[in-house]
Design a protein around this ligand. Structure first.
Ligand code: RTP
Length: 148
């Protein structure tokens, strides 16, 4: 089954929006297969955001992401990478539709609450980076109520 890496960023944790974000993925039918509250090191974040290291906002992004704990998660399900990005909304919250997490709860791109992998390939890299000890393997009882 496809997997994606979803992270509640420090502003989302500080604002008490972890439950709300988890709820949206649960309500959709996706399966939570890893979750950890942790304060990421700068080294870990530099690896996670390596492709953005030359961007002018990189310093601000590092300060933001090291400002407090994050909730790192892995979600599993059919089409979960693309659908997860739809649930999150656009990178710029002002361009995000109501009904999406960013559309409903935030305003600035530098305080956009959450991260979601942008491809299956990157999802697997991010899962390996954030959960080097692996994730759970569990078949839900309700699986046949979600998939035909
Ligand atoms: P994410 O990785 O967090 O899901 O975001 P994304 O793919 O939608 O966007 P990306 O371009 O990878 O940017 C990563 C994060 O950097 C911050 N950002 N700030 N100030 C700016 O212009 C700017 N642009 C991006 C955002 O927090 C974005 O989510």
């Amino acid at each position: 089954m496809e997997r994606t890496y979803i992270m509640v960023k420090p502003d989302g944790v500080e604002r008490g929006l972890v439950g709300e974000i988890v709820k949206r993925f649960e309500n959709k039918g996706f399966q939570l297969i890893a979750l950890e509250l942790k304060t990421p090191t700068r080294e870990l974040l530099e690896k996670h955001y390596a492709d953005l290291s030359s961007k002018p906002f990189f310093g601000g992004l590092m300060n933001y992401m090291t400002s407090g704990p994050v909730v790192a998660m892995v979600w599993s399900g059919k089409g979960v990478v693309k659908s997860g990005r739809v649930l999150l909304g656009e990178t710029n919250p002002l361009a995000s539709l109501p009904g999406t997490i960013r559309g409903d709860f935030c305003i600035d791109v530098g305080r956009n609450l959450c991260h979601g992998s942008d491809s299956v390939e990157n999802a697997e890299k991010e899962i390996a980076l954030w959960f080097p000890h692996g994730v759970i393997s569990h078949t839900r009882v309700m699986e046949k109520l979600i998939y035909e």
